[in-house]
Design a protein around this ligand. Structure first.
Ligand code: PGA
Length: 244
């Protein structure tokens, strides 16, 4: 795993955006795996700014998001559909037909998981997967204990995840208990992974990740087994971590 050290959140976001912009310019028909949450927001802001100022085009780009809350329709203001359209898709020239998120309201969720996996395969797989990491080490919504063999699946959210995400809701009672997420095996099939880590709250997780021990009790540890991972992390996240 290659680690790029950033000074702070803004610097991390700038480095991540530059990394992705370079990928899109080099391969305009790239397949990107995208993430939601606080971590990638600054990166998306910079992709939009670059699109407006330099015209980097997303017309041929295809995207697959990691996850969605079960029971939330695309119109729900707290759905990840809404998050992605508000914070990126509506602001660049990507055709909506190229945008994919799992459906949290499919009548048959098991079939939806299977179909999502197949659609990624049909697109030729994900070229670059952007990831954040939960303070408990989750990637996507794959909480500690998730099998590394799992493909797209329905998962129960950890209480710590519901608490962390409650900041986006009026009340924690509104935070769903389940999500549909790409599995660890789906994520690991990406040709390349870009993991962003920011802030003191992720410091313990960052330390654990860098210990190098691979175990299902800490989902992100699986990334130690992927051959092409770049981590961009800021000083707070890296505090006390010896970067080799
Ligand atoms: P965050 O979430 O970016 O909002 O910290 C990361 C994650 O839970 O994967």
């Amino acid at each position: 795993m290659r680690i790029i050290q950033a000074n702070d959140y803004e610097h991390m976001s700038e480095l991540a955006a530059n990394y992705l912009i370079d990928k899109v310019q080099t391969n305009p028909a790239i397949v990107l795996g995208l993430a939601t949450g606080g971590t990638p927001l600054g990166t998306y802001k910079r992709l939009i700014k670059d699109y407006e100022q330099n015209g980097t085009s997303y017309k041929k780009v295809t995207t697959y998001n990691l996850d969605e809350y079960v029971g939330f329709s695309p119109e729900n203001p707290n759905s990840y559909h809404t998050f992605m359209y508000d914070n990126l898709f509506e602001k660049v020239d990507i055709p909506t037909t190229n945008v994919h998120l799992p459906s949290g309201t499919a009548l048959d969720l098991v079939e939806e998981c299977k179909g999502y996996e197949e659609r990624i395969e049909e697109a030729g797989g994900i070229d670059v997967q952007l990831l954040g990491m939960g303070s408990n080490g989750h990637i996507g919504f794959n909480e500690p204990g998730t099998s590394f063999q799992a493909t797209t699946q329905i998962v129960e959210l950890a209480q710590s995840t519901r608490e962390a995400n409650a900041r986006f809701f009026d009340d924690i009672k509104e935070v769903p208990y389940q999500a549909i997420t790409m599995g660890i095996a789906t994520i690991m099939k990406s040709k390349e992974i870009l993991l962003l880590v920011s802030g003191e709250s992720k410091n313990d997780a960052m330390k654990k990740l860098m210990e190098g021990e691979v175990d299902e009790s800490f989902p992100a540890s699986v990334l130690n087994k992927h051959s092409h991972v770049t981590i961009i992390a800021d000083k707070e996240a890296l505090s006390g971590v010896s970067v080799r």
